[in-house]
Design a protein around this ligand. Sequence first.
Ligand code: SF4
Length: 499
Amino acid sequence: MVLTLKNYDVLFIHPNRSLKPEYGKNAKFVRGSFIFIPMGVFAIADFLEREGFGVKIINYPLEQYLNRNWNLADFLKKIDFKVCGIDLHWIHNAHGAISVAKIVKKVNPNAKVILGGYSASYYHNQILKYYNDVDGIIRGEGEVPLLKYAQKVKKNQSLDSIPNLSYRDSSKHIKVNSLSYTAKTLDDLNFTNVSLLKNAKQYFECSRQMMGISFNLPVGRGCPFNCPYCGGGQRAQECISGRKEVILRSPEKVVEDISNILNKFKISSVFFGHGTYPATLKYWERLFGLIQKENFDIGGDLEIWRLPFPKYMWLIFYKTFPRKDSSISISPRTMSNRVHQKIAKICDPTFNFPKKQINDLIKNANLYQRTLRIWLTIGFPFQTHLDVQRDFIFALKCQLKYGKSKSKPITIMNEPYHIFPGSPAHESPEKFGIKLILNSFPQVSDFFKRTKISFFYNAINYDTDNFSKTSIRNANKLFFLSTVLMHLTTGEKLKEREK
Ligand code: SF4
């Protein structure tokens, strides 16, 4: 009997943080396992399918979670594919992505292995230099470049005209094509063709269980700000993707996505993949107005990227989403005005979270009974021991005032941080009084190979002038434990802490 293999033109694999067999059996499936597939992967896969390519998406950590004995190599042996796209968006997948590339090449040496996402884009040269299992990297935004790549590979044509592509040519030289594609609009992309994902239903169920969020809803691309540790800010994106400005999807399209996803799956909440700031308040007002008209039974998780977030916006949020499964988050990282001012001076004049406005948020969250999460950290640039003591006191006061009753929706969250490639502090650590401990992609990959996934976030890649990596980890742990009452009384799972 002749067995016909299932055939795909392009197979997408979302990698795990680490593929060691012992992780498969003992992994603590907390947020650190990075089960989320970057939102753009669905749009890219759908884009290719509409152009006539056979496409499938595999979520490696999800498969492992559903079946601890699931084996990628065995799965790959049962299918055939010409191109394999592996996302390396979050740096935490650095080791996993390279390991997946290795397995793919071993099973199917003729397949082309392509990496994509911010982290792969940032390290494109080093990845091609050190890892022969990777044939190419699509830098920045991927839908059109990957389509062109799949077309050229199919016809065995030259790759030198494909925008955003870095690759090894036939003489093994690294070629870097121009970074010339960024999407002008997102409204012709489909972010909800989840039928392309193996075990889509379980993906959404487990996302809520493990990561605290059911569905990441794409709202736009870009960010106008430059927070010190973020690799997705304005300057980082300009350098990594060539994106100079923010584009937002039409509110109608976003609502269509919610409707599509609710028709297929039971989803308790959507996380909006873009935050609010003064220039976009009108956009959010319109979007929430449309959601209200649809009368969806769904919660919303919204981030405030920059203040103010006026009282009328709380009222609109209150009218749009039920209390259960909804939240508003803000990340001043510390309550120290002195630290905010220093950061404002060095990298972003809008980095400003006055105490008065935070107090207004607290007041409005209580008034409208919607969960407000205030994210702090220990290990922020210029933070002193005194700043940390003051943040402790602030958290303690919030806990005494709001921590004992379920009807008080204020939660102080905290987490240690990883400084992401491309972020202001990553590019100029000395300006921020930071010492980075990882200086090349092989070091980063090795770091994630060695750093076990744990309940308390431990992938810290820096020391500050005032805090060592170890004290950052321990002090954040202590801070978290001291505010635990608030986490319990707002009814949220502890594991939601890790972001
Ligand atoms: S952390 Fe700051 S820079 Fe990064 S996406 Fe959010 S607001 Fe933009």
